[in-house]
Structures are given as structure tokens and as C-alpha cells.
Ligand binder design. Structure first.
Ligand code: AVI
Length: 321
């Protein structure tokens, strides 16, 4: 493998790719899956029958909209801040409920993707024009640091889709602690956590026969090819999913089917793969009440209440400080 001086990296993506592919074992960061194509593939994943997370959370919101809106909304006026807003399909249930209840609120969706925010704003203008939208583009962590610049009143913070599951427990505690720091006494955090369940159901959700999840995972290689002048041959890698029921961690890999050498020109790297060597690409953590309570405790949050679906697949928790 060639080594490269650190100063030549043109972006965080270039530097993280270099670090990940020169480590042992090799890894890439799942956050880089999400460019325009990655966003579209994730939309498709959310509509797959195997990816139960979306419909479970949708059903929880639908069945409990009134109680949830009453618990997280504030009659004196508040900002509803959503981290990782996506297409807002599930959030619209709550937005409609707040509008019906005549709460005085602004909706602040935050997402890394500007195009996702534009589409969300346009669809809200069409569907629920009464909602005052103040979209913010940015990463979770950066936006949380500056939250007091955007919002000076009571806050309800939403993180849906079990997005926290893509973080290790250590990073999840940091994330929750950062949210807790931004919260005042009357503020609420409403967050989705995918639950431990039959391991086969989890494996099926992350390994669909149509190959959408495979394309989503391989989008990391597509991006390296196009943005860093790499020459990964996608067909020479296998999408592989594992689930450990002891820890509740689903892990995604790309596995090299043969001995091969890949060149990534822009970071001056030649990567040697032995046959069946892996690149770890993503974790999707599954939870139970004791893990969620432990994370909350570590981060200085308290669970106020939770809402589950009938199949016990998924839960949304309300936290306060
Ligand atoms: C965004 N995140 C919560 C998804 C998940 O379930 O971990 C990303 C995903 N990866 C494969 N399928 C969906």
C-alpha cells in the first residue's frame, strides 16, 4: 500500500476513506453512503416490505398522535426541531395533529441534504400550508452546537427512524448528551429505537432479494470511484449482513470475492484485498428498554414514557432532562 502525506486530502471523505482502507480490518463510514443516489436508495429501502422499521414507526405515530403531540408540544408556543428530517412522511402525522390542536409552533427540519430539505418544504407547503417551516442544512452535531441561535423558545426535538442505531454506544451517548445540553427543563426529546427481535427478521430487512440494500451499501464504492478516481469493480464485492443477538448489533460488510488490487488515484492509494477479506461499512444497533435506559442515564436524560407497536418491533421514547 502506498502512503500519502495527510496534507494532500481535499475533503473529509478523502481523508476518512484513506484512513478506513489502510486500517486493519478495513472499514468505511456509513455517513458517506448518502449522496443524491444514496438518498434515493434509502427512500426505496424505506418502502420495501422487508424494512419493517418505517411502517412500525408510522403506525406508532398514527395510533398515538394525540397523546404524543400533547406530551411533547407546549401550549405556550414551541419549536419542533427534527434531526435528520428525510421526507417527513412520519412527521407530517404530528404536524397535522399540532395544527388541529392549534398549537403555536415552528417546524425546524435539519438535514445534511439540501435537496431533501427543498423537497420536504415544497411538499409541506402543498399538504399542510399552515406550518411555518424554517429548514436548516447541516450535520446533527454542528447544528446541535448552534441550536440556541435557531431556537429561543421551548423545544420538542425529534429523531425518527432509529437513526441513532448507526452510532456505536459511545457515540450515541455523546449524541444524546449533546441534545441534553441543548434542552431546558420543559423541553422534550422524542426518539425512535428499533428493538431486538427475531434475528431472521432483522437479517431480512438488511438483505433484500431485490438487491436495493446491496446497491445502498455499494454506493460507498460508487462514490469512491466517481469522487476519488477509484476503480472498484462492484461485481467483485459481496454485500454481507450479520446480526449478533447478544449485543443487538447488525453489521454490514462488503466482502472481496477474490484477490484483487484497487487503485484510488486522488488519495494516491493502492489497496490490496485478499479473497474473502471484508470492509465493514455500517452498524444498525437494535435495543431493548434496559439499553435505552442505560444510554439515557449516561447522557443525563430520563425516559418519561414510551410507545410501542403491536408486534413489539419498534419503540419511540420521550425523554426529558
Ligand atoms: C438510516 N438508518 C437508520 C438505516 C438503518 O436501518 O440502519 C440505514 C440503512 N442501512 C441499511 N438499510 C437501511
Amino acid at each position: 500500500m502506498k502512503t500519502t502525506p495527510k496534507t494532500m486530502f481535499s475533503s473529509a471523505f478523502a481523508e476518512d476513506t484513506y484512513k478506513g482502507l489502510t486500517s486493519f480490518p478495513k472499514y468505511l463510514l456509513s455517513q458517506y453512503i448518502y449522496d443524491e443516489k444514496g438518498d434515493k436508495l434509502f427512500q426505496q429501502i424505506m418502502n420495501m416490505p422487508e424494512y419493517y422499521l418505517t411502517s412500525c414507526e408510522f403506525n406508532i405515530l398514527k395510533s398515538n398522535a394525540e397523546e404524543i403531540a400533547g406530551s411533547i408540544g407546549n401550549k405556550d408556543g414551541f419549536d419542533l426541531i427534527e434531526l435528520g428530517a428525510g421526507d417527513g412522511k412520519k412527521t407530517k402525522i404530528l404536524l397535522q395533529e399540532f395544527v388541529d390542536k392549534q398549537f403555536n409552533f415552528d417546524y425546524l427540519p435539519i438535514d445534511i441534504s439540501q435537496s431533501v430539505l427543498q423537497e420536504l418544504e415544497a411538499s409541506l407547503n402543498r399538504e399542510i400550508p399552515q406550518v411555518n417551516v424554517r429548514a436548516q442544512q447541516g450535520t446533527y452535531f454542528k447544528t446541535l452546537e448552534k441550536l440556541s441561535d435557531y431556537s429561543s423558545r421551548n423545544k420538542a426535538i425529534l429523531v425518527l427512524g432509529s437513526n441513532i442505531g448507526n452510532l456505536s454506544h459511545e457515540k450515541a451517548v455523546d449524541f444524546l448528551a449533546n441534545i441534553a445540553k441543548a434542552m431546558n427543563e420543559d423541553d422534550k426529546l422524542f426518539m425512535g429505537f428499533d428493538q431486538k427481535k427475531h434475528p431472521q427478521k432483522i437479517l431480512d430487512a438488511y438483505n433484500d432479494p431485490a438487491g436495493i440494500t446491496e446497491a445502498f451499501n455499494k454506493n460507498l464504492l460508487v462514490r469512491i470511484n466517481s469522487e476519488l478516481e477509484g476503480n472498484f469493480d462492484l461485481d467483485k464485492f459481496l454485500h454481507w449482513e450479520t446480526y449478533n443477538p447478544e449485543t443487538g448489533t447488525a453489521r454490514s460488510f462488503l466482502v472481496s470475492k477474490e484477490d484483487q488490487k484497487v487503485t484510488i488515484k486522488k488519495i494516491g492509494l493502492e489497496v490490496i484485498f485478499k479473497a474473502w477479506e471484508s470492509i465493514h461499512t455500517e452498524i444498525s444497533q437494535k435495543y431493548d428498554d434496559s439499553i435505552v435506559n442505560w444510554l439515557a442515564d449516561e447522557a443525563g436524560l430520563k425516559v418519561e414514557t414510551s410507545f410501542g407497536d403491536e408486534m413489539k418491533c419498534y419503540k419511540n421514547y420521550i425523554f426529558k432532562i
